[in-house]
Write a protein that binds this ligand. Structure first.
Ligand code: IMP
Ligand code: MG
Length: 419
């Protein structure tokens, strides 16, 4: 696929996160001039494999490995300064020295403070007493977005000088929790070190677009975790759908010319919440092992299941996907029959559900209708012409009415092809 000049391409996860967006963004970034994160924070974890070396990022966009492109952290992101500092150090030790000329962190991004992390853990503990906890990553993501909605949390611009930050804390004294002298000193030192990266990224992005740059927006998590359109309340706390991504950077929505939805050939979910496609038992364990489905960030084992076309069709509409990228089909190689969820039935009535579940009780009564297709032996580069595999892809395309544009056949950057 060719990235268009003077336009943006959006890469979105359209399951529950961990679809393999990082790899696709890395592949596309070869052509990009600017790659930006637009929402979420270090709840994300992107894995890229290059020549046998594993590179994991949390806050930095997956464009870091392509020296030709600038990278940005947009206004819609929540930034933990300690995490950003450590990540820059880590990728530097792997040979990627990210200079302030290359990385731009928007002044308007919200700052994660120790207070927000504590609150995240505290709220999860409370929830686990009365109801199910959400199973957050514990990084303070939700409380930081809430703090923004409350208009009490500082933004990156406010930590660019100690005077600003002290004034901010004095106006919102409860945010000082967890910032004892030693931590505060380290925080200010970190903020000082990050200062050269703090910029008006929205203006930079718009200027670059006007000059004909090719921009990539990298979504984090997956649309099923969108705070409005996902399985609320078991979701993350930001909007992830395509309609909100332009706003996470500050570019006009009409500058986005392509919206690529990334899916795995099966599905996974971390944390709690509705997951009709979930599989259990030995087969699930085997699939988890084959796909190495353990959290990039938290190491938690992911729940695994079949591909859910009901959810995918719903999300294709909401996001206006222009193409699908299908990842990890190689993981299913050798499995005789592959399941696909093609409808939701209501357990109580045994009738097919009309519309998408909106309440918790509707979710509890979802019974997935599974269709099985023939499996394939192997999906290596160039061998895509496997009949069973093609039939699988055609079924997805037909059901969701979106063409597939990229097929990944392995973890390495080189393993995959454009259709
Ligand atoms: P939070 O984003 O830390 O508040 O977590 C809320 C929910 O989103 C939990 O179920 C997390 O497991 C899930 N989540 C957050 N970020 C990711 C991600 O990058 N991949 C997969 N799941 C995620
Ligand atoms: Mg991930």
């Amino acid at each position: 696929m060719k990235l268009q000049h003077g336009a943006a391409t959006l890469v979105l996860g359209v399951q529950y996160g961990d679809e393999g967006k990082g790899k696709l963004v890395d592949v596309l970034a070869e052509q990009a001039d600017l790659v930006c994160r637009v929402q979420g924070g270090n709840n994300a974890g992107h894995t890229i494999w290059v020549n046998g070396e594993k590179i994991v990022t949390q806050l930095l966009p997956s464009g870091i490995l392509r020296e030709n492109c600038e990278i940005g952290i947009g206004a819609g992101v929540v930034v933990d300064p300690f995490v950003l500092r450590d990540e820059l150090k880590k990728v530097k030790s792997q040979g990627y020295d990210i200079t302030p000329e290359r990385l731009h962190v928007d002044y308007r991004a919200s700052v994660i403070l120790p207070y927000h992390k504590n609150l995240d853990l505290k709220r999860e503990l409370e929830r686990s007493k009365n109801t199910a906890k959400i199973g957050t990553t514990g990084r303070g993501i939700g409380p930081t977005y809430a703090s923004r909605a409350y208009r009490e949390g500082p933004r990156i611009a406010e930590i660019s000088s100690p005077e600003n930050f002290h004034a901010w804390l004095n106006a919102n004294p409860h945010l000082k929790e967890g910032l004892e002298t030693k931590v505060l000193d380290e925080f200010l030192e970190t903020a000082e070190a990050l200062r050269p990266y703090m910029k008006d990224l929205a203006m930079i992005a718009n200027n670059r677009l006007a000059q004909g740059a090719r921009v990539l927006l990298e979504g984090a998590q997956g649309a099923m975790l969108d705070v409005s359109f996902g399985t609320y309340p078991f979701v993350t706390s930001s909007n992830l759908v395509a309609g909100s991504c332009a706003g996470g950077l500050g570019i006009p929505p009409w500058k986005i010319s392509n919206i690529l939805g990334v899916i795995k050939a099966y599905s996974t979910r971390v944390g709690n919440g509705p997951y009709p496609a979930e599989l259990f038992g030995d087969f699930a364990d085997e699939l988890r092992k084959r796909g190495n489905e353990f959290g990039t960030n938290t190491g938690r084992p992911r729940s695994v299941g079949w591909l859910d076309l009901v959810a995918l069709r719903y999300l294709s509409r909401i996001n206006g996907l222009t193409g699908l990228a299908i990842m990890k089909a190689d993981v299913l190689s050798g499995i005789e029959h592959i399941g696909i969820i093609t409808a939701y039935r209501d357990k109580r009535t045994q009738k097919e559900m009309v519309g998408y579940p909106m309440t918790q009780s509707a979710w509890e009564n979802v019974e997935p209708v599974v269709e099985y297709v023939d499996g394939w032996e192997c999906v290596a580069n160039g061998l895509l012409l496997n009949k069973q595999y093609q039939a699988f892809i055609k079924k997805i395309e037909k059901y969701v009415d979106v063409p597939s544009v990229y097929i990944s056949t392995g973890a390495e950057r080189s393993e995959g092809l454009w259709v």
